[in-house]
Design a binder for this molecule. Structure first.
Ligand code: ZN
Ligand code: ZN
Length: 386
């Protein structure tokens, strides 16, 4: 079987058997067994269900980390092709099946050709979708047990033409945080508001006050951000002023600095408005994903390799960042890095269905683009002495 057919068969097998984050037992075993078969040193259960495969050639102490994600989503697949999910309610709707197959393909090829000098770490992470897998691998010593000079990751992107590459030397994806503000008042009779305190009016002021953070506390050019209040829950009824209001929502931004400013400013707004109304509050802010920020030199490397592979007209090396999020961001705080997107297909064409949709499918025609990118990147960064 050719490598193309092999990688496609692996992708279809993984797609058919999707597993949720931290439950990737079979996928993880499939990956680890294959890596062992190729002759790599394999470490299982790194960060619960994560796998690290190590391939060393020559005597250089240079190294590179290549990362793929393995988890699926709780989406009911509506495709009816032969490789559709057989695990009802679970689906590879984000293309992690393709990412895993491409990195396996690169491991297979590099183990066969051995045309580099240094160490390649093939990192297969669990639980990306909920921002927990990269952290788990880091906490399990990914960057302590192994000396990884730089780390790279690739994700497919529908809406971008098949096999084109997109990245940016700086922020490429947003930080995502969830917040909750609980306002604790006395409530009372709807006809007698002066007899108590009203959390509804306070909540409404907070909703508006939070919008001033993006327009008045953050730079409109350097710190674009979104603060969305998405829930406003009360325990009141038609003729009863409630005693509590809970506001919940989501924020996005692109730098760690903006993230810290938002976290602090939101509490300041809530505290100030609550104090002026004489009510108490509880504030929770949970960062789920940091912003995905590429380092310029590694981005230049990725752009050079992609350009060599597909031509300059198919590489956008200075793309505007996207407001979606990615937990590779946590690995990016450990080593210099680049996250690159590969086009899954233009809108309306094969591969153009958006991520997380029940009709999505990873485009098999870009599998070898990914395999070749990883191989070329390794040869570029760990060159053999000529
Ligand atoms: Zn996803
Ligand atoms: Zn994804």
């Amino acid at each position: 079987m050719s490598i193309e057919e092999q990688v496609k068969a692996w992708r279809h097998h993984i797609h058919k058997h999707p597993e949720f984050g931290f439950e990737e037992e079979q996928t993880s075993k499939f990956v680890a067994d294959k890596l062992e078969e190729f002759g790599l040193e394999v470490h299982r259960n790194v960060g619960k269900t994560g796998v690290v495969g190590i391939l060393k050639c020559g005597d250089s102490d240079r190294s590179i980390g290549l990362r793929a994600d393995m988890d699926a989503l709780k989406v009911l697949e509506l495709n009816d092709f032969a490789h559709a999910s057989t695990h009802k309610g679970l689906m590879h709707a984000c293309g992690h099946d393709g990412h895993t197959a491409m990195l396996l393909g690169a491991a297979h090829e590099l183990a066969r050709t051995k045309d580099f000098d240094g160490t390649v770490y093939f990192i297969f992470q669990p639980g990306e979708e909920h921002g927990v897998g990269a952290k788990a691998m880091i906490e399990d010593g990914l960057f302590v047990r192994w000396n990884i000079d730089a780390v790279y990751a690739m994700h497919n992107l529908p809406g971008v033409p098949e096999g084109h590459f997109v990245t940016n030397p700086g922020p490429i994806m947003a930080a995502e945080s969830a917040f909750e503000i609980e306002i604790l008042a006395t409530g009372g009779h709807a006809a007698l508001p002066h007899m108590g305190t009203d959390p509804i009016v306070v909540g409404a002021q907070i909703v508006l006050g939070l919008q001033n953070i993006t327009s008045r506390n953050l730079s409109s050019i350097h710190e674009p951000a979104v603060i969305s209040v998405t829930e406003f829950n009360t325990n009141g009824t038609t003729n009863v002023i409630p005693s509590s209001v809970t506001l919940k929502g989501d924020t996005r931004c692109f730098t760690d600095d903006a993230l810290h400013k938002i976290e602090a400013a939101m509490e300041r707004v809530a505290a100030g408005i609550c104090a002026s109304a004489g009510v108490e509050y509880r504030y929770k802010f949970h960062n789920g994903f940091l912003s995905t920020i590429n380092t310029p030199s590694e981005t230049a490397v990725a752009v050079r390799v992609a350009t060599k592979l597909v031509g300059a007209d198919k590489v956008d090396g200075a793309a505007k960042p996207f407001t979606i999020s990615e937990d590779f961001s946590f690995m990016q705080r450990q080593a210099p890095s680049c996250y690159i997107l590969v086009g899954n297909g233009a809108e309306g064409e094969k591969g153009g269905t958006a991520l997380h949709k029940p009709y999505y499918d990873f485009n098999d025609d870009i599998l070898m683009t990914g395999v070749n990118f990883w191989q070329e990147l390794v040869k570029d960064q760990l060159p053999q002495a000529s």
